[in-house]
Ligand binder design. Structure first.
Ligand code: NAD
Length: 471
């Protein structure tokens, strides 16, 4: 895996004004696999200047020109799929096959799809005697997390670039390599200077400098609630638009007439994807009290099918967690669950094998009360809690009794019943009876899961402002 000793802005690789670097650690071998610069506020200032300059030309390009640049960028990224997947498997611990498909090929496809979305977007509308025009908001600061590093970047930069905005991106410290590969691809195709600018480093220094910079018009952030709060308050000071994609504690409601074998297996798989390091994971499984024990047995049987191991082994479904810190935090939550009186029915600690790597056993707690900490807090690891409920109304109340509202699922005997329950959930996404992920559907949270939407044609709207011209 390559290391990078420069940031990328103004169409060129640029030395950092700082001297420090950040080590990228493999989650499976615990060895250092790359290094990137630890940027400074001075680096951010130069990158923002480049983005401001770039905006003046980029926003004036025709929609067709911008769409073609996105298609060229997607094509250049496609030539890097194995290297991207390998880097992300090391950084995050995602099993290589899943990383290739979900962490790499899917976001690359989204880059290309945004070309289509902007070509089809309606950018002008007559309203009475007004012409209402959608204009790009300007320079967008993008700050991203480590769990789906390329996906989170693309969710922001692809619609923002399509809309005519320019970017200053700070990738996650723990998983920055795909951002640098994106810069390489942008450089290779000759993307105009100042359009895509990348500065790596810490949230406190580089991230805050981006958010506070007077020439940044909008901040698009994905990450924790805690950092989101801080970013919203700093951006609020500058009266900047923010788009926040924060955490989740999503509920999967299994109704009494659902086909339990199918539904429980789907629920377990959803919770455990990317070893539970997924913001939208269904980490709370709500089952009828009368069928609780049956659900637990089915969940255990499904969990046993998800092989834990080296992410580079093709039989592996669940790799390690991304870092030692993430592993320790998840293990603390597991201890908390034991103390809170939940019944541990699978997993519950570190596996004996593999000896190296930040592994945690996939874990299930049963008989969980929704008031327990393990049912309220985002654990961000392979931990499923099974919560019994008495009536359908009770299930809806429990599902909604969460500070978060990002995603969820419902499985019922009929699509009508599932839909009726889905409509009562206060959450941005609900999959009913095994409904598949849809790349056209907007994704984002209610409540403390965030503000704004990403993915699909509606994501473009976040990066526009409206101008009304009366005549
Ligand atoms: P994090 O909040 O620690 O960091 C996210 C990014 O923000 C990093 O790049 C970090 O350096 C930066 N940052 C941290 N503090 C900052 C500050 N004060 N100012 C500016 N930037 C700052 O989150 P993480 O641990 O990388 O990611 C895990 C979190 O992300 C989980 O809570 C997860 O649910 C959430 N997430 C949400 C979505 C979604 O779409 N809603 C998707 C993926 C992850």
């Amino acid at each position: 895996m390559s290391s990078y000793d420069k940031h990328y802005y103004d169409g060129a690789w640029q030395a950092s004004s700082g001297t420090e670097t950040v080590a990228v650690i493999s989650s499976s071998t615990e060895a250092e696999v790359a290094r990137v610069p630890r940027g400074t506020a001075a680096d951010v200032d130069k990158a923002v200047k480049a983005a401001r300059c770039g905006f003046e030309t980029w926003r004036r390009l025709s929609v067709e020109d911008r769409a073609q640049w996105l298609e060229k960028l997607a094509a250049a990224m496609k030539t890097r799929v194995p290297q991207l997947a390998e880097a992300i498997s090391h950084e995050v611990g995602t099993a290589l096959a899943y990383a290739t498909k979900v962490q790499v090929e899917f976001p690359i496809m989204m880059i290309g799809m945004n070309a289509k979305f902007i070509r089809e977007a309606k950018l002008e509308e007559e309203l009475g005697n007004s012409l209402v025009i959608k204009e790009p908001i300007g320079v967008v600061g993008c700050i991203t997390p480590w769990n789906y590093p390329l996906h989170q970047i693309v969710c922001k930069i692809a619609p923002a670039l399509a809309a005519g905005c320019t970017i200053v991106l700070k990738p996650a410290e723990m998983a920055p390599v795909s951002a640098f590969m994106l810069a390489e691809a942008a450089h290779e195709i000759g993307l105009p200077a100042g359009v895509l600018n990348i500065v790596s480093g810490s949230g406190r220094v580089v991230g805050e400098a981006i958010v506070a910079h007077p020439d940044v018009d909008m901040v698009s952030f994905t990450g924790s609630l805690q950092a989101g709060r801080r970013i919203a308050s700093v951006a609020g000071d500058g009266i900047k638009k923010v788009c926040l994609e924060l955490g989740g504690k999503s509920a999967f409601v299994v109704l009494d007439d659902a086909p339990f074998d199918k539904a429980i297996a789907a629920g377990v798989n959803n919770c455990m994807q990317n070893s539970g390091q997924t913001c939208s994971a269904w980490t709370r499984m709500l089952v009828p009290r009368s069928r609780h024990d049956e659900a637990v047995e089915l969940a255990k049987a499904q969990l046993a099918k998800l092989t834990l191991g080296d992410p580079f082994d093709q039989n592996t479904r669940l790799g390690p967690l991304a870092s030692a810190g993430q592993r320790d935090s998840v293990l603390e939550f597991i201890e908390q669950g034991k103390k809170e009186g939940a019944t541990l029915v699978a997993g519950g600690g570190r596996p004996a094998e593999p000896a190296k790597g930040f592994y945690v056993e996939p874990t299930i707690f049963a008989n969980v009360d929704n008031k327990m900490g393990i049912a309220q807090e985002e654990i961000f690891g392979p931990v499923l809690v099974i919560i019994p409920y008495d009536t359908e109304a009770d299930a809806v109340a429990i599902a909604n009794d969460s500070p978060y509202g990002l995603a969820g699922g419902v499985w019922a005997g009929t699509p009508e019943r599932a839909l009726a329950v889905a409509k009562q959930l206060r959450t941005g996404q609900v999959d009913i009876n095994g409904g598949r992920f849809n790349v056209l559907a907007p994704f984002g949270g209610y409540k403390k899961s965030g503000i704004g939407r990403e993915i699909g044609p509606l994501a473009l709207e976040e990066f526009f402002q409206l101008k009304s011209i009366q005549r």
